[in-house]
Design a protein around this ligand. Structure first.
Ligand code: FES
Length: 86
């Protein structure tokens, strides 16, 4: 079965297509952003991003299609979120 592509808009206004199941960290890197990481087990919250208004932890959540055919990522208000351009 062929997977459908999901358009993702990032806080730096770049858009990229990904597939369901893709890794958030790798797709963020492709648009020049680095999602901070800590524990990589889902317990610290360092990797939280907002996807269409819902907070997800990137280390334990892969990209998944929602009701909408595109996703908008924004940074959480966590002061440790660096918005680092790589
Ligand atoms: S890196 Fe700790 S919750 Fe994701």
């Amino acid at each position: 079965m062929k997977q459908s592509r999901i358009k993702i808009k990032w806080p730096n206004n770049l858009e990229i297509f990904a597939y369901e199941g893709d890794d958030w960290f790798l797709i963020a890197e492709k648009v020049g952003l680095e999602i901070p990481a800590g524990c990589l087990t889902g317990s610290c919250g360092a990797c939280e991003i907002d996807v269409n208004g819902e907070t997800v932890r990137a280390c334990i959540t892969n990209i998944k299609k929602g009701k909408e055919c595109s996703l908008k990522v924004s940074f959480t208000t966590d002061p440790f979120w660096g918005n680092k351009i790589i």
